[in-house]
Structures are given as structure tokens and as C-alpha cells.
Design a protein around this ligand. Structure first.
Ligand SMILES: *Cc1c(COP(=O)(O)O)cnc(C)c1O
Length: 369
């Protein structure tokens, strides 16, 4: 066994250093221009990110959470509407349903992918159901073609929470193609991350784009002409400039993530269950999530060996105190509940070296003996 190493779950410093010159000069440019709010830096990034996604519009905003809130509002979801989503996601997905006065309706996931179980969507639809938020958990999409069929059949708005899925595809199409609207987060640890909070709404729908653009900046048409009440949900120009410097590298970073995932797939011991990758999907491995019934003990062992791990997420939303009012209990969403006990996210990031992934694999093999 090799000497003890220290391996983070994600290495933001290594990522910065890999393109330090480009980032530093992007930041310098914004400061030299003292152009901090809206303007050219934000517009450039919006255009480049829309092009990258293969979509007509991208609206930069303050976070992935703000993007979800804007998407629901721009799509006309409001009071007493029901919105279907999954319980095994970050709370932001559900919070924004409440922000607009709508009701959360959870649907379980499939044990294999941990993504929404398409067979469970239709039974959950009622006359009040107005939208579905699918979550591209860990960087992989569910069967978007099937879900779009269901959404069309029941006249539901289809929203893609792509906070973890920049550059992911279903049948070659990125988020925003099947959905009426897709939302992204640029939280620093996400596959495309800025140096603080940031997000984007991506859509091919002109009406959603126009409403989103108004709402993101106080309902402004001109400086002091407000068409509607909106929000201060703007993306900072500094963040936009940083994102624009990083965007040209995203395809290469995604390729590296997938290469590291393949190395794990080929070399992890048979005792761990590997992440599932559907053949028509391009998984972008925001997280590489293994499963084992001995999860807690494995996690302790890896920590001792200097390998950082995470659990995404340890408590499904329907069992969170914040949602106690919904009256759910253990057993309501068995696949999501079972997953929380076995999942373990192990280090994956573009700059990871072969020596580091080898060490993670060795440490896991050592645990199983
Ligand atoms: C990160 C994340 C969000 C929220 O994004 P923020 O930028 O942190 O507001 C929403 N949904 C999912 C699935 C996420 O992973």
C-alpha cells in the first residue's frame, strides 16, 4: 500500500491554477472597466453559454436557486398549482416550488439510476398539476423523450434542474432541449463554477426568456421603467467574466471527468455497486457515486486514509423537518430512502491524477480485503 495521500472530493485550487492567467486577466478587465452590474460581460457570457447549450436564450442570474425560482415564475406556475419532483435532491429544487405558492408533489426514483421513475409520474398527475421539475442528479438525465411525451400529454411545463449537468446530454441534446426551460448553478464546486454564487436560465421559448429577463432585474424595461415587480437576481459581471474564461475549457474538463469515471468503473472492486450510465446519456459525473451496504464503515476507512467523501444526500426531502407539514413518513418513497443509506460520493474532478484515483481504488480494495 502506498504512502498516505490527501485527496479532496473536488479541488477548486487545482482548477484555478490550471487557467490562472486567463482568470486573473478576466477579473482584471472587469475591475479596470469598473463595469460590475449587467453590461457587456454578462451579455457575452449569456450569448456564449446559450451557444454552448445549443439553446436560443440564456439569462444569467444570482444562483441556481434563483434560476429555478425565475423559471417557475416565467413559466406561469403559481398559487395552488402542483409541481412534481423527486425527494432525493438538494432542497433548492423543492424550495422554489413553495416560493411561487405552488405545492410540492414528490415522486420516487428508480433504484438503478436514482432519477425520477417515469412510470410513477402519470399516477401522480392531478387536475392541479402544472409542471414537472426533473433533476439531472450527479450529471445524468432521465429518459427525457418519455418525460416530454408525458408532459405534452398532460399539458405540463417541463423544467430541467441541470445544476449538476452542464454539458450532459440525452440522445445528444443538452438540458433545455426537451424541457421548456433548464436551470443551471455556477456554485464554485459545480462542473462550471464561478468564484461565488451564480446561475442561469436556459430556454428556446421566447416568452419564457422575455419574462425571465424582466424578473431577473426588477421588471425593468429601461432604467426606471418597470413593467412588473421583479427581483434583484442579477449575475455579477465579475462572475460572468470568470465563467466566460472557464467556458471554453468545459468540454475538456467534462472529457476528463468521464475518463476518471471510466478508470473507476474498470478498477473498483466487485463489492461496490458502480454508478449506472444509460447508453443514450452522456453522464458528466458532477459526482461519482458508488453504493454499498457498508457505506458508513467504508466512509470512515476512506477518511482515515485521507480520501474525502460525501453523501448526496443523506436525508431525502420528504423526511426533512422543513417538510414535516406534508405528513410523509418512512416508506413513502422507498427507492429514494434506500439509496440514502448506501450512496457514497468519492473524489472526481478534472485535475485528478492517475496516482490519486489509483490511491482511492487501492483504499477501497483494502477495506473490502
Ligand atoms: C446546487 C444545486 C441547486 C442550487 O444551486 P445554487 O447555485 O446553490 O443556488 C439546485 N439544484 C441542484 C440539484 C443542485 O445541485
Amino acid at each position: 500500500m502506498s504512502e498516505r495521500m490527501k485527496i479532496p472530493l473536488v479541488d477548486l485550487k487545482a482548477n484555478y491554477l490550471s487557467i490562472k492567467g486567463e482568470i486573473d486577466s478576466a477579473i482584471r478587465g472587469v475591475i479596470d472597466d469598473t463595469a460590475f452590474i449587467m453590461g457587456g460581460y454578462v451579455e457575452n457570457f449569456e450569448r456564449n453559454f446559450a451557444n454552448f447549450c445549443g439553446a436560443k436564450h440564456a439569462i444569467g442570474c444570482a444562483s441556481g436557486t434563483a434560476a429555478l425560482h425565475l423559471a417557475l415564475l416565467a413559466a406561469g406556475i403559481g398559487r395552488n398549482d402542483e409541481v412534481i419532483t423527486v425527494p432525493n435532491t438538494f432542497i433548492a429544487t423543492a424550495e422554489c416550488i413553495t416560493y411561487v405558492g405552488a405545492k410540492i408533489k414528490f415522486v420516487d426514483v428508480t433504484p438503478e439510476t436514482l432519477l425520477i421513475d417515469t412510470d410513477k409520474i402519470e399516477p401522480a398527475v392531478t387536475p392541479q398539476t402544472k409542471a414537472i421539475i426533473v433533476v439531472h442528479l450527479y450529471g445524468q438525465t432521465p429518459d427525457m423523450e418519455r418525460i416530454k411525451e408525458i408532459a405534452d400529454e398532460h399539458d405540463l411545463v417541463l423544467i430541467e434542474d441541470a445544476a449538476q449537468a452542464h454539458a450532459a446530454t440525452f440522445k445528444e441534446h443538452q438540458p433545455g432541449y426537451y424541457g421548456n426551460v433548464a436551470t443551471f448553478s455556477f456554485f464554485p464546486a459545480k462542473n462550471l463554477g464561478c468564484f461565488g454564487d451564480g446561475g442561469a436560465v436556459v430556454t428556446n421559448d421566447d416568452d419564457i426568456a422575455e419574462k425571465g429577463r424582466l424578473l431577473v432585474n426588477h421588471g425593468r424595461k429601461t432604467k426606471y421603467e418597470h413593467i412588473v415587480e421583479g427581483f434583484n437576481y442579477r449575475l455579477d459581471a465579475l462572475q460572468a467574466a470568470i465563467l466566460d474564461a472557464k467556458l471554453p475549457h468545459l468540454n475538456e474538463w467534462t472529457r476528463l471527468r468521464r475518463e476518471h469515471a471510466k478508470f473507476y468503473n474498470d478498477n473498483l472492486p466487485p463489492e461496490v455497486r458502480l454508478p449506472f450510465e444509460a447508453s443514450n446519456c452522456k453522464h458528466v459525473y458532477y459526482m461519482y457515486v458508488i453504493r454499498t451496504e457498508r457505506r458508513d464503515a467504508l466512509m470512515d476507512h476512506l477518511k482515515e486514509r485521507g480520501v474525502s467523501c460525501g453523501i448526496h444526500y443523506p436525508i431525502p426531502l420528504h423526511l426533512q423537518p422543513a417538510y414535516a407539514y406534508m405528513g410523509h413518513g418512512q416508506g413513502d418513497f422507498p427507492a429514494a430512502e434506500k439509496a440514502t443509506k448506501g450512496i457514497l460520493s468519492i473524489p472526481i474532478y478534472p485535475e485528478m491524477t492517475r496516482e490519486q484515483s489509483q490511491y482511492v481504488i487501492e483504499s477501497i480494495k483494502q477495506f473490502f480485503g
